[in-house]
Design a protein around this ligand. Structure first.
Ligand code: ADP
Length: 673
């Protein structure tokens, strides 16, 4: 709600002056004081609002004839008064009541403006700021790009409601009043055009803007009485007549996004159900759309060109990043919301569209790796849900998954080198070579790995897909558990998204190969990667004693202690006992159930490491050594430190401090010798 400032209630008019919500004021400041690079945006936004208002009344009048002006033509009229220097945009849409005006224009409920402000506040570079301002339309407020003053007169379709007059110069306040005059239904926006924007008082100029930005609006948009758009629904037009610009404009109108779409798919189906669809993959989506409280599939459903609703389940939820429209001839116009939910027609459409979207993504993966990378970075995390949630398409989705692996750095370097190879030097090839100097970012240059790539590189005798879960690449990369894999050149997938292990657990295998966590206690390494304990009887005995000592000393922190058959350079590692949950899965579950018990892991020690050997010797000499106890705990802390999960930093720091003193003293002594 807008903040109320003062109310001067005149008997009939009830004139009120109100201040805009703070955020609105910020947006207005920016609009009025910045050099807006693409001023045309304002007209697109206003026509788009008018078109929405017409959609709403058309839908309502399907079932409700008891409205103001039930037979009015549905149009948008743009007129110019050159003498008064005003531009007026009038629609016969649903109009607004006084409360609606206050709620809709005066506050910043809609996400576009909020997203705009957020992006703007994150941007520090002035030039980029200007660019941002040029890209975003901020709905109704865009009017202040060209307006000195704006008067909105609106009459709701609701017969009980009076017409409302809203007026502002965009300087922080607006006035609102009511009139008993029986004006026609809809909304009129009268713009007193700023002196530096008088180009918009030229009908030719306006026609051009409408044709370019609003051609697909399905109602006639007239400039000075003459229709300027083709007013046919884009999706019903023959595909070969639609240009990339048309699709882009349509996408922007539909989504409120001001970037180009990444890709689109135009579907026209006749049997068994007749429907059209135009679906878009955006480059990015606001987080709240993907991960808000109650995420929804945002596809507009039309029935025989009439807009019905915008949140019908026309795609499974894991494809909720897709935007678009569906228009079906085989649904009744007065279809009820509830019956849509179980409609076999909708189910059939969903089936077709799911396949088309997944095919489109697969196409990008195969033919346009740069676009696929953009897609994957924006929506990979959402798409992954499909593996666990859509059994029918599990296999197809699993082929689209990409991961980093222990081979990524090398793969990325190779791909970058390949891409940077200058074209064969011809005389004209000079530019070409320069172009290739900085290769385009693709899934290959990033070193992203598809499961099929992994399978294609399997070592002889390797019959599982190794993976390690963790918070990020750096962390898993330097895990002691990676040792045998690095040594034997075995590829390990890095599962660093919180949902990754959930995803591979539900997949279970790929191409007949099982997924195997490398931190499993019962990990079965290929024969040549196993380390046999070639120790003399004395060493063996020392290790057995240390193991039983550590078991007792660390009973509260680890479930079991064992000699390691995989470590060669690191002193120890923590592994997950059979039947236990990995750290990532545990964290995922604990997000919804905080009382979920923590699995105690098994500590593996490497008897070949000097520190472990020394601890064993010390144990033999003095079973009650305090230092031995401290080191025992430090073995666990050492692993937790690498995982970024130290439980009590003060203990670890005290230990490290001690070690610093001891080793610096040793260094000094060595010098003195
Ligand atoms: P958005 O269109 O993104 O919601 P706007 O700032 O453009 O944001 O408009 C805010 C709201 O004002 C709209 O959602 C709509 O409810 C209302 N509105 C704007 N223009 C009109 C109009 N011409 N007729 C009826 N309602 C309108």
């Amino acid at each position: 709600m807008a903040d109320e400032q003062s109310t001067t209630t005149a008997e009939d008019a009830q004139v009120e002056e109100r201040t805009f919500q703070t955020e609105v004021q910020q947006v207005l400041q920016i609009l009025i004081h910045s050099l807006y690079t693409d001023k045309d945006v304002f007209l697109r936004e206003l026509v788009s609002n008018a078109s929405d208002a017409l959609d709403k009344i058309r839908f309502q009048s399907l079932t409700d004839k008891d409205i103001v002006d039930p037979d009015a033509d549905l149009t948008v009229d743009i007129s110019i008064d050159a003498t008064a220097k005003t531009l007026t945009i009038r629609d016969t849409g649903i109009g607004m009541t006084r409360d609606e005006v206050n709620a809709n224009i005066g506050t910043i409920a809609h996400s576009g403006s909020r997203q705009f402000l957020q992006k703007l506040s994150e941007e520090t570079n002035e030039e980029n700021k200007l660019k941002l301002i040029g890209q975003f339309g901020v709905g109704f407020y865009s009017v202040f790009i060209v307006a000195e003053r704006v008067v909105v007169t609106t009459r709701s379709a609701d017969k009980e409601a009076d017409a409302v007059i809203w007026e502002s110069t965009g300087d922080g306040t607006y006035t609102i009043s009511t009139t008993k005059n029986k004006i026609a239904r809809g909304t009129e926006i009268k713009i007193y055009v700023r002196s530096d924007c008088e180009e918009y008082l030229d009908a030719h100029r306006l026609e051009g803007v409408v044709r370019r930005h609003s051609d697909f609006v399905s109602y006639p948009v007239k400039v000075a009485g003459k229709q300027a758009n083709s007013a046919s629904a884009l999706w019903t037009r023959p595909r070969n007549e639609i240009t990339a610009e048309h699709y882009t404009e349509f996408y922007q109108h539909l989504s409120g996004d001001h970037q180009q779409p990444l890709a689109w798919e135009h579907v026209a189906v006749d049997v068994p159900i007749q429907f059209y669809a135009v679906l878009f993959l955006p480059q990015q989506s606001p987080m709240e759309l993907l991960f808000g409280q109650d995420p929804k599939v945002k596809i507009n459903l039309h029935v025989k060109r009439v807009f019905i609703q915008d949140d019908c389940e026309l795609l499974p939820l894991y494809l909720r990043f897709v935007r678009g429209v569906v228009d079906c001839d085989d649904l009744p116009l007065n279809v009820a919301r509830e019956s849509l939910q179980n409609s076999p027609v909708i189910a059939k459409i969903r089936q077709t569209l799911t396949r088309r979207v997944l095919n489109k993504i697969e196409d990008l993966a195969n033919k346009e790796p740069a676009k696929f990378l953009t897609f994957w970075e924006s929506f990979g995390i959402v798409l992954k849900e499909g593996v666990a949630r859509d059994f029918d398409h599990r296999e197809q989705v699993s082929k689209l998954l990409r991961f980093f692996s222990s081979f990524s750095a090398k793969l990325a370097a190779d791909a970058a080198a390949d891409a940077a190879v200058p074209a064969v030097a011809t005389e004209a090839g000079g530019d070409d070579a320069a172009d290739k100097a900085t290769p385009e970012r693709t899934t290959a240059t990033e070193g992203l790995v598809a499961l099929q790539d992994y399978i294609d590189r399997l070592k002889e005798n390797q019959d599982v897909i190794y993976y390690v879960g963790g918070d990020n690449r750096q962390q898993v990369e330097q895990s002691p558990l990676m040792e045998p894999f690095r040594k034997h050149d075995l590829e390990v997938l890095y599962l660093t998204d919180p949902v990754d292990e959930w995803v591979v657990n539900s997949l279970q295998d790929f191409d007949g190969k099982r997924f195997q966590a490398i931190d499993a206690e019962d990990l079965d390494l290929p024969e040549d990667a196993r380390i046999e304990g070639a120790e003399s009887g004395q060493d063996k005995e020392r290790t057995i004693e240390l193991v039983s000592f550590l078991k007792k000393e660390l009973a509260s922190r680890v479930g079991e202690v064992k000699e390691s058959g995989r470590l060669s350079d690191s002193p120890c590692a923590l592994v997950v006992p059979k039947g236990g949950l990995s750290q990532q899965m545990e964290r995922l579950i604990r997000m919804s159930d905080q009382n979920f018990p923590i699995t105690k892991r098994t500590l593996e020690i490497n008897p070949r490491h000097a520190a472990i050997r020394n601890m064993g010797e010390l144990l033999k000499a003095d079973r009650n050594s305090d230092e031995l106890k401290e080191w025992s705990h430090f073995l666990v802390d050492y692993v937790l430190l690498a995982e970024g999960k130290v439980e009590s930093p003060e203990r670890v720091m005290a230990q490290i401090q001690k070690m610093m003193s001891v080793s610096s003293e040793a260094a000094l002594k060595a010098r003195d010798k």
